[in-house]
Structure formats: C-alpha cells, structure tokens
Design a protein around this ligand. Structure first.
Ligand code: CDP
Length: 229
C-alpha cells in the first residue's frame, strides 16, 4: 500500500512558506499543518500568564498543562474551544516563540504531536520538518528570500496601526534577529535538509512558487500534473 503523501516546507520568517504550504495543500486536497502555531501558542500562553521562562521546571509543567487545553488542526489553534489563531500572529509572539523553541524539552513535547497528526498525509510547514519531524517525507522544500524582502512582507502583513508603531527598518532588524536565533540554536536549528529543494521566492509570485512545487511532485511521479491545471 502507498504511504500517505507527506510534504515538508521549511524556511525562515517571511519566506512565504505558510502561504505556499496552504495553497499547495488546497490544490492537493491534503491537510496543511503550520507547526509555527504550536510554538506561538506556547509563547502566547506564557506571555498571558507571565510565567518565568528561566525557571525551567515550572515552565515545563506550565507547557504540558497548556497543551492539554488546546487543539491544533488545519484551521489553526483552538484554546478553550475558541479559535485563537489570529492572536498568535504578531511579531511579539513570534519573538517569544523563537525563545521557547530553543528549549529542548519544549521541542520534545511538541514533536510527537506533529508526527502523530502527519501520519494521515499532509503539507507541514516549519523550521525542522524535513530534518527532524518528517525525515521520511517524500518531498522537502526549503523556501528562502532576501532578508529585505522577507522583512518587507512581514511588515506589510501587520495592520496599518502596527505599521505606524514600527518602521520597516525595525521590522527587518527583528526578522534578522529571529533568523539568527533560529539558525544558531543547537537543537533542530533552521537549516535545509540535504535532500531539500531550495526555492528562492524573492522575485516570485506565490502562484509561481506553487507551480514550481507541483512540477517537482510531477517529476517524481507523485501527482498527475494535468489534474491540477
Ligand atoms: O511565520 P513565521 O515564519 O514568522 O514563524 P512561525 O513559522 O510561525 O514560527 C515562529 C517561531 O517558532 C520561529 O521563529 C521558530 O523559532 C519556531 N519554530 C520552530 O522552532 N520550529 C518549527 N517547526 C516551527 C516554528
């Protein structure tokens, strides 16, 4: 029997991996799982509850309790039965997410959750999907773009009110800082898998990125391209 199709999409902030993963999942009718939301959820709960990230033991019991109150699916993250995804998207939550993501025990707690949901087949996006979470994925993409373009995209995603509070240059600095933290951590750093296909999206539209992905899948005989035209 054929193994359900698993597609890993990794890359730094603003590389367009989330949009590409979600468009690809829609076209292929596969669940799309955004793993960044899990780290963002843990960060958001920690911020709301003002727990001390430096008190490792207390923080870990907090994380395991927080995970019991949530559910994670294609539509996003639900907390106490309510969709809280939009509350997780800000760059402030992203910055704390990148801190909690460098804690080995947090990664461990989230790993199994990700692997269990992926069994049914999926497009999964994150930082370590091709390297750690789904090393057996049939296809791995690594999306990238210039720092300036990624900062610009993230800045445009913010509401006009948030944009007034933060300049484009500040946003580029924040994205660079998060890149550095994500790439330099010892456990599951942001890095492309050896067998990943790199797509630089600096000058590409989202539909062109997805088109390239579909061609790769076709070349590997994983899909019939004509079905998706
Ligand atoms: O959307 P964006 O690329 O800004 O970030 P995200 O994918 O939502 O992830 C937020 C943070 O969570 C990242 O900066 C990483 O530190 C962490 N993360 C991770 O370590 N591993 C993953 N598989 C996904 C996210």
């Amino acid at each position: 029997m054929k193994r359900p199709l698993q597609i890993a999409v990794d890359g730094p902030a603003g590389s367009g991996k989330g949009t590409a993963a979600s468009m690809l999942g829609k076209v292929l009718k596969l669940p799309v799982l955004d793993t960044g939301l899990l780290y963002r959820f843990v960060a958001w709960r920690a911020m709301e509850s003002r727990v001390d990230l430096n008190n490792t033991d207390a923080f870990l019991s907090f994380v395991s309790l927080a995970l019991k109150t949530m559910s994670w699916r294609t539509e996003g993250v639900f907390f106490d039965g309510k969709d809280c995804t939009s509350l997780l998207r800000g760059e402030d939550v992203g910055a704390v997410a990148s801190k909690v993501a460098s804690m080995p025990a947090v990664r461990e707690a989230l790993l199994q959750m990700q692997q269990t949901l992926a069994i049914q087949g999926c497009v999964m996006d994150g930082r370590d999907i091709g390297t750690v979470v789904l090393p057996e994925a049939q296809v791995k993409f690594f999306l990238t773009a210039s720092l300036r373009e990624r900062g610009r995209r993230r800045w445009l995603q913010l509401t006009p009110l948030a944009q007034r509070k933060q300049s484009l240059e500040q946003m580029i600095k924040e994205v660079a800082l998060r890149d550095q933290r994500d790439s330099e951590r010892t456990l599951a750093p942001l890095k492309q898998a050896e067998d990943a296909i790199v797509i630089d999206s600096t000058t590409l539209r989202q539909d062109e990125v997805v088109d390239r992905m579909l061609r790769v899948l076709k070349r590997r005989d994983l899909i019939e391209l004509d079905e998706y035209r």
